[in-house]
Design a binder for this molecule. Structure first.
Ligand SMILES: [Zn+2]
Length: 393
């Protein structure tokens, strides 16, 4: 197989393709040994980092925990496995430290990163092979010092992978996870731009008039609360209590699956149809402190939606914009720019005194979000509170 044979035409994006496989008993043994070595090398390197005042360079660490360690009696067995996954393991530690420092410096947006921790035998295991240590031969994948394994090719690999990670999860299932670079998908968007107002009553209101209601979790939610009351009454350590605990966990998983599915479908639709996607920068963590809203917000997953939209925009070569949450998107008329000022959350529709248009609150906000995002500024004609409002639930 020839790698990297195509010249990249534009910016490439990385994608993961994962396939299940069933190793032979012999391969299971070799893999267990490999996972053990990868873990030991990582933990040895981490122990050195924790003791050092200045973080050692990757190459120094590799020399210490791989090359030199192999020569000692306690670590001589490191020679039995392919060296590439060991080097990758040390490299992973470097990335973990970088993420942590970036997070401390505030450079990392979104995901929180803690100090790197020691790897445990009981958690998910993994070992990464790169270019010279694996190859694809027909339907087989050759892994250095493991042999040929045959994954279930549930979908075609779009191009030559640059690496493959062998994974064993907590349920003892084995997977091959390939990293491939793909060109962003070029499908012309039907529309130039869209603004989206994320809300509680309706999950998303779009500037093109579309609305997306959140799935109804209330029934499952009630069931969970009922089970939790039951759990509180049950004797600690009892079989029945354990059964209730598992049932609660199941319900939570069902809600999470439904939500994930909903958010994926919605973000795919929005991103594939529009060239520029504009969202409002919501202060989610600030809002979650407000007890009343907390449940609804955590269920609806605004943050998850934003992360999905951002990732898909990259994949589809779209523009993703977030506007400042202090923009008065719900205080301004999207038709004429007249600013009526702050209105209570309970007020669902507004009649503009300047141009006489009646607006649905969220609909108006989504149009404003789109305009601000596209650089059409509000034309603030007047600021005042002499607006007529109609209440509706
Ligand atoms: Zn108006």
């Amino acid at each position: 197989m020839i790698y990297n044979h195509h010249k990249p035409r534009g910016k490439l994006v990385k994608a993961r393709y994962q396939y299940r496989f069933y190793p032979t008993p012999q391969q299971q043994q070799s893999l267990a040994q490999l996972f053990g070595c990868v873990r030991v090398v990582y933990n040895d390197a981490l122990a050195i980092c924790k003791q050092s005042e200045k973080l050692p360079k990757n190459s120094e660490l590799q020399k210490l925990v791989i090359t030199q360690a192999k020569k000692t009696d306690e670590r001589s067995w490191l020679s039995d496995v392919s060296v590439t996954p060991l080097q990758q393991s040390v490299a992973d530690l470097g990335v973990a430290y970088k993420n942590f420092f970036d997070f401390l410096k505030g450079k990392r947006k979104g995901k929180k990163a803690g100090t790197p921790r020691f790897k445990k035998k009981t958690s998910k295991q993994g070992a990464r092979f790169t270019l010279n240590s694996f190859s694809i031969k027909g339907t087989f994948v050759y892994l250095a010092k493991i042999g040929n394994v045959k994954p279930i090719w549930s979908r075609r690999l779009p191009s030559s992978p640059s690496s493959v990670t062998v994974i064993k999860d907590c349920e003892d299932r084995y997977f091959l996870s390939f990293v491939v670079e793909i060109e962003p998908i070029h499908i012309d968007a039907k529309n130039q731009s869209i603004g989206i107002d994320l809300g509680i009553q309706t999950f998303a209101v779009m500037s093109n008039g579309d609305k997306a209601a959140s799935p109804d979790y209330s029934k499952k939610d009630r069931k969970i609360r009922k089970l939790q009351r039951k759990l509180a009454r049950q004797q600690k350590g009892s079989q029945r209590r354990e059964r209730t605990r598992i049932r609660i966990a199941n319900r939570h998983n069902q809600i999470a699956d439904t939500r994930k599915d909903f958010l994926h479908k919605l973000s795919t639709k929005v991103v594939s149809e529009n060239q520029t996607i504009v969202l409002e920068d919501l202060n989610v963590s600030g809002m979650v402190k407000n007890r009343k809203l907390a449940r609804a917000i955590s269920l609806q997953g605004w943050r998850e939606f934003r992360v999905l939209c951002e990732a898909k925009c990259e994949k589809f070569s779209r523009d993703f914009r977030v506007i400042n949450r202090w923009e008065p998107t719900s205080q301004t008329c999207s038709c004429c720019g007249y600013r009526w000022g702050k209105i209570d959350l309970s007020v669902r529709s507004v009649l503009c005194l300047n141009c006489n248009t009646e607006h649905d609150r969220d609909d108006n906000a989504s149009r404003n979000i789109e305009m601000v995002g596209m650089g059409h500024r509000h034309d603030l004609k007047r600021t005042g509170s002499d607006h007529k409002t109609t209440k509706s639930s």
